[in-house]
Design a protein around this ligand. Structure first.
Ligand SMILES: Cc1cc2nc3c(=O)[nH]c(=O)nc-3n(C[C@H](O)[C@H](O)[C@H](O)COP(=O)(O)OP(=O)(O)OC[C@H]3O[C@@H](n4cnc5c(N)ncnc54)[C@H](O)[C@@H]3O)c2cc1C
Length: 305
């Protein structure tokens, strides 16, 4: 969260004062941040489902609302909160605020999640929080554009995590079954490893394009969709090959329980597979339509063919 979302947001949109207050402490690890976007009513369709509101006052803004499943919330010193600031402006009515977690009116409650248990997740309520005008990150109304800029990087990072999870499971399963395994099981394991390698190659190329400033959201969305689905299939398949020991809650050497849990949660985290897939599909269709518009109807040289 900190490396791929809040630091890029601060670097890209933070004012001098916000950078002075938060950036150095965040980079040194002394301060923990969280991104509070998802609400109890949903996290996929943010423009329509965000009910958290910030209303302008004489001294700044008044923030009210509730966020849920917020990574780092129980530890965070500063929350990057998405709020609606103009009810009639759709996507252009959304604004990010930097909210210190110890501000009066902020209440945090820890949640127990099924997976990613080393990461603390929480629910946050904002009740009549008075924010100064300088709490706005960037410009009012542009939060969705800022979010679009950083989501790609976050999705690439999630893809790397799920693929590593799948690779570890294949390797562990191969190690466990090394002696007495059927030809069919060996073929399945080899096939999964090839798929993981292919997905990693796609991800590496996408990361390189991002590093060179030529990355786009489509790459990240495709990587996230492909990796999350592949990893779920591979981890489930490994558990099937290992048998009941894979589900040993006591965590024996054959247990894949943490991977089974994490891989499921990671496919929701950072945007669910279905919505990320739909956004990639829409982008691909837009690209195809644009190419059709600009391509000549009859390819040059083929008129008399
Ligand atoms: C461990 C964990 C950590 C998280 N950390 C954060 C965080 O730090 N900050 C934060 O803001 N959020 C966080 N989230 C929330 C996460 O980003 C959301 O869960 C995710 O965006 C999906 O939103 P939702 O769960 O509200 O699903 P909803 O939007 O309620 O959707 C429910 C289901 O419907 C499906 N669906 C929705 N729309 C469509 C559609 N158009 N077509 C097909 N299917 C659809 C979705 O795929 C989903 O499966 C975290 C979640 C988890 C589990």
């Amino acid at each position: 969260m900190q490396t791929h979302v809040t630091v890029p947001l601060l670097l890209g949109q933070g004012s001098k004062e916000q950078k002075r207050t938060w950036l150095q402490p965040v980079l040194s690890g002394r301060v923990i941040t969280a991104v509070a976007i998802t609400e109890p009513t949903g996290g996929s369709d943010l423009v329509n489902s965000t009910a958290t509101r910030a209303v302008p006052t004489d001294r700044g803004w008044l923030l009210d609302g509730e966020k849920t499943f917020i990574t780092n919330a129980p530890l965070a010193d500063c929350l990057f909160v998405l709020a609606r600031t103009d009810a009639g402006a759709g996507a252009l009515g959304m604004t990010f605020f930097l909210v210190p977690a110890d501000l009066p009116g902020v209440q945090v409650q820890q949640l127990e999640t099924v997976g990613l248990r080393s990461s603390r997740t929480g629910r946050v309520r904002f009740t009549g929080c008075e924010l100064p005008a300088e709490a706005v990150l960037g410009r009012p109304g542009l939060a969705m554009a800022y979010l679009a800029q950083v989501l790609g990087e976050e999705r690439l990072a999630i893809s790397a995590g799920v693929l590593e999870c799948a690779r570890c499971c294949v390797e562990r399963t191969a190690g466990l079954l090394a002696v007495a395994t059927s030809q069919r099981a060996r073929a399945e394991l080899a096939g999964w490893l090839v798929e993981v390698e292919a997905a990693e190659a796609f991800l590496d190329a996408a990361v390189e394009r991002f590093d060179n400033g030529a990355g786009d959201r489509l790459d990240a969305d495709l990587a996230k969709t492909m990796s999350a689905r592949l990893a779920q299939r591979v981890v489930n398949g490994c558990a099937r090959l290992i048998g009941p020991d894979a589900f040993d809650a006591a965590g024996g050497g054959s247990s894949l329980l943490p991977a089974l849990r994490d891989v499921r949660v990671l496919s929701v985290f950072g945007g669910s597979c279905e919505t990320v897939r739909d956004s990639a599909a829409a982008e691909i269709l837009r690209g195809a339509a644009a190419r059709r518009r600009t391509a000549p109807l009859v390819p040059a040289g083929s008129r008399h063919a």
